[in-house]
Design a protein around this ligand. Sequence first.
Ligand code: SF4
Length: 343
Amino acid sequence: MINLLDLNQNEIHNLLDDKPYRSSQVFQWIYKKAITDINQMTNIAKNMRTKLAEKATIVYPELIERQVSEDTTEKYAYRLNDGNVIESVLIPDKDHWTICVSSQVGCSLGCKFCYTGRMGFVRNLMPSEIIAQVLYPMRAFPQKNIRNVVFMGMGEPLLNYDSVVRAVQIITDVKGPGISTRRVTVSSCGIIPGLKTLWRDTHAALAISLNAPTDQQRSAIMPINTKYPLNDLLGVLREYPLPRRRRITMEYVLLKGVNDSLEDARNLVRVLSGIKAKINLIPFNQWPGAPFQTPDKASVEAFEAYLKSSPLTVMMRREKGQDILAACGQLAGGRVNEQSRTC
Ligand code: SF4
């Protein structure tokens, strides 16, 4: 049985094999009116509804838990059809909210600072399982102005390329949830084949989990760097076809004594030359048994100050939701899946 939530408008059009406006009607029933019964699509002929219901359905994962942090960050856990559990985090900002979604159950990349890396890879998410993480809070809390979507939950989005692209196409469709592509960010550890086509396929914003300025340092904490070395990655980012005024976000988790020295800051500025980048600094959140420590405040400030003296734009990510283990590096993929973490 096909889940209609897995299909973009073109694919629904192919499935219906009818006039183009028909797929648009189906899409609006699903996303604007939130129906889950194909028979409720009353502007579609009954025989067509019956035929569609014979081969397709509309099924969401089950929300099993919602936790709210002292700082109002919210964490959602969903049980998938096969019993696996994924999580997403709803993060408050001044006048809007950002939803951080997972793209895989677990992750195969094993970044050393990340809990998800410890649990290994279980499976890719279907587009419907990604979209549901966006739709649930938008529908439950329409007053919240959920405006941004970031693919920074469990998993490497570009290793689930087709589902992620389709999910982005669906959530940005004006006949669907209609989120602006400028407000959707895909975060990757640097999967070069996916980076070469991501802009063409989505026009989403890009974030790279960089975390080190040399191959030696990066390979020590991110094994994927041996497959896609830093120079090759930076070469692809230099050519990334961004429009004027848009920047690639470089995520940099500061690990005490590993990548937080002034020399590292100098090297970082050097290697990023020629790339339209802004840097997001994230002091490491220590978790039980973590092989790294939170950096000293003084090193963090010195690192930040050095970057700010360069032409680069720098932001310091203030962690949210730590009391419910929803901060960066603390996501718990479940009651079933152990602790996990994000790109
Ligand atoms: S940081 Fe991202 S890519 Fe690396 S192990 Fe964690 S989830 Fe996977």
